[in-house]
Design a protein around this ligand. Sequence first.
Ligand code: ZN
Length: 452
Amino acid sequence: MNKIIKILIASDFLIWTGWGLLAPIFAVFITERIIGGTLAVVGIAEFIFLASKSIFQLIFGDYLDIESSDKRNLRWILSGSLIFSLSALLYLNCRYPWQLYGIEFLMGVSSAMAYPSWYGLFIKHLDPRKKSFSISFHSAVTEGGTAIAAAIGGFVADYLGFPFLINIVVLTSLIGSILLIFLWQPIREIEQKERAESKVDVLPVLPIQAPETKPGILTIRKYGDPILRDHAKSIKEIDDNIRKLAQQMLITMYKNGGCGLAAPQVGKLVKLIVVDIGEGLIILANPKILKKSWRRVSAEEGCLSLPGITLKLRRPQKIEIEGFQINDGKRIKIKATGLLARALMHEIEHLDGILIIDKLTFWQKWAIRKKLKFLKEDTQKLLREKQRQKALREKAKIKTEKSVTAETQKSAAAETQKKSEIQSLRKDEIQKSESKALMKIEKPIEPPTKSI
Ligand code: ZN
């Protein structure tokens, strides 16, 4: 187990043990010390604590996922645990049920602050080879502590009284919270290491051979266009058409200031991506993710199909992918870290109809809901206009075809008439010549002059 996991478990052990002293006899504390403290008040107090904890931990957990950094998680656990521990001091002066309910609510909210951030850190730093053991160890230690505390708590309350017991609870729990400060150093070291590792580690990729035909800029499909949600098809043969498409995508990407583009974004449903984060160009057909690191990092991300929207997203820090080079059709593997890994994953997801907005937390979605709505409306308006123009063009085409047909028919009729005229003329002529011939024939044949 690493240092972070050890400190997290030790801190949890102390906090749970502290509370274990009071928890089993809490009902007695309420009925003895609170004015009007019935068993119903005990039930309501427990309800307020658990209900507020349940609701707020969902909200806080979702919020923490927006920008999950270890330092931020630590700040949240520390604040939550300290408020939680100190709240117990309020029990000393608690006399009425409404005061008790207030304390329970405060404790519910503060433990909701600590719970998701504690688990966020714990899961992230778990040794993948010792996952089950670490989880069991945490559970065994905290439950063991609570068990011992349960046995001692009753004695302390009996012989030394509730105020003394509450002071012990606060002290133990405070020590557990303060212990978390020791997480700062290892977390900082890991963050520094991650930053140093975030440089690109990529195998060389052959430069693209320009096809002879001159490529042009393509239109980038925006959010709201249904093609972005379709699945791209695998490329069966890398031919000049694919190379030309890659060239066009590159130019389109550069002209739009992007660092990656997938074929569906230009309306072509084929598995082709181009990526250039300034560390060399990558063009791949049929790319596939082979491995993802369990360590995740968050960073800002944008998408050419979602203009004006940048979001903090958590993604694996390292990946290994494979794909085919479009020059020679060779299969290559690429190991990427940091921004390159992020860009490659982003583009590969486009091929499956996945957009960055599918990975948002509730709060992130809430924050950009209006932008998305307007973007979708704009795109749909544009698509409708395109369809209208297409329909108009087709209508015009049909009209032209019709007029052409009418004219053809007209000219055909004229031709037929001409032909018939010619024919009748010819007939006349034939008749004339025939009659002439007849006349000729009918002319008495003179006997040929004999010549000897
Ligand atoms: Zn994108």
